[in-house]
Design a protein around this ligand. Structure first.
Ligand SMILES: *Cc1c(COP(=O)(O)O)cnc(C)c1O
Length: 227
């Protein structure tokens, strides 16, 4: 199957999941995760299927691909951002989905101010996995959110999670529901809008949509298996 055909199938599955959940298809945006695939694969997704939103988990892959592709594409950083990569990442990625500490948020805010940028930020939450390397514990997000929203050069848009791997995708549903509930609590408590929930990948994006995802991050189902 071609990238265009795969994208068509994914879009239909997104629309069907929205339909089941009583949601409008335009409430969910597809982030095509192009990590490990060359810029030419991204170009094909754009030119043959009009895909404009892409995700990378490494800053270096952004350095390699973003400058050689059309400027109209929207790039999301979906991997951990080290402090020494912030200055390189910000001009490439309009969205940083993986902020998981106030310290990192302050660093991003300072560099964004220097560069005249205001990235969209998601707070990565470690829902349901005590061993995860990255991500906020749910009660710590609560403590940091007010201060983070006050940072002038950050546009805090919502939450992101990578749930623990479950044998049965259906078991992941409770983690997606927990992220949505956390967002609802935070929004109530702080008055923050937090409209975005980034959750769901190739194996479980339909379940994530049923539980409220607004951004689904789909890689292998579009570009094929990674080597
Ligand atoms: C690789 C990756 C994805 C996409 O995973 P697939 O299973 O290939 O769809 C989504 N989110 C993050 C954070 C990733 O690193």
């Amino acid at each position: 199957m071609s990238i265009a055909a795969n994208l068509q199938v994914i879009r239909e599955r997104i629309a069907a999941a929205c339909d089941r959940a009583g949601r409008e298809p335009d409430e969910v945006r597809l982030v095509a995760v192009s990590k490990t695939f060359p810029a030419e694969a991204v170009r094909e997704a754009f030119e043959s299927a009009g895909q404009t939103v892409f995700g990378e988990n490494k800053v270096q892959e952004g350095i390699d691909k973003v400058p050689v592709l059309p400027e109209s594409l929207e790039w999301h950083l979906i991997g951990h951002l080290q402090s020494n990569k912030i200055r390189k990442a910000l001009p490439l990625f309009g969205w940083i989905e993986t902020v998981d500490s106030l310290k990192r948020a302050r660093q991003i805010d300072r560099v964004a101010g220097e560069l005249g940028l205001r990235p969209k930020i998601l707070l990565q939450v470690n829902i349901g996995d005590d061993d995860a390397k990255f991500g906020y514990a749910p009660d710590v997000v609560r403590a940091d959110l007010a201060e983070m929203r006050a940072l002038e050069h950050l546009d805090v848009r919502g939450l992101m999670t990578i749930p623990p791997i479950e044998e049965n995708p259906e078991s992941t549903r409770r983690h997606f529901a927990a992220l949505r509930e956390l967002r609802d609590h935070l929004a109530d408590e702080t008055g923050a809008a937090l409209p975005e929930l980034s959750m769901g990948m190739s194996g479980d994006f339909e379940i994530a949509i049923e539980e409220g995802a607004t951004l689904v991050r789909v890689g292998s189902a579009i570009f094929g298996a990674r080597g």
